[in-house]
Design a protein. Sequence first.
Length: 276
Amino acid sequence: MHWDVIVFDMTAAPGEESRRIAHVCAAKGVDYRWADPAVLGGLHIMNARLFLDELLPADYAEILYLDGDTQVVGDLTPLLDFQPQPGGLCAVRDPMIYLRGVDRLRDEFEDEIRAFGDDYVNSGVFRVDRASWAAISREALAQMGDATSALHFEDQTVINRVTDGRRDYASLRWNFPGFILGYGLDAIAPPAIVHFMSNPRPWQGAYAPWGRSWNIPYLALAREFPEIKAYCAALDLRRRAAYKVKQIAKSYVERRLWNAPELIDHIRRLEERADV
């Protein structure tokens, strides 16, 4: 099976910015495609994943979707080769599940995901065949709007609702949260895809807990292609100093949380049940 890497640009109209992005993609062997954001029908750009069936060329039958704030650091072959159940998708349980298992999840988040038990997935990375995703997307889009606007994780929770009972579960290694890097959990699930789900992001600087090593790829790309340097711009001095202090303190607290024996045991149990 042959796989291509496709980046969709959904700026309002292709211009100089699009030209720069297209140039970098061409140099790196990435298929760049501009898509008219009007296809979203006024929905937020985060819902673009629900329109992949409309956006992809007709000859693509399989999908591995990755959010833009991910880094691929391992061989994806096992995930690419995995075939989800017909009509369903394969995704990684959201890190909120682990916090919920040790009663450390915020109440409003708990209310939203309680019904899913340990089976609520993060929609930032998923493996699905195109026909299944087309049907899932239609079901999800039919539920978008006023009925779901009160949800904290609107499209993600809707995707969980419409795929309930027809999901396969991937290891944490395929959607490893960047905010727990360096806490020792990579010994349980060595990361292949790291997802930087919260601010700051590594292209903004070498902040805790990931540090310089995860910032370097963005700096290297900016050096190779100066026309995109602005996208890797560091925060201003005041915000940078505030973030460094905040992240150091936050990392100290979160390291203790994510190394709690009961939380580690919960992660291990769910990893043993992973399908891929």
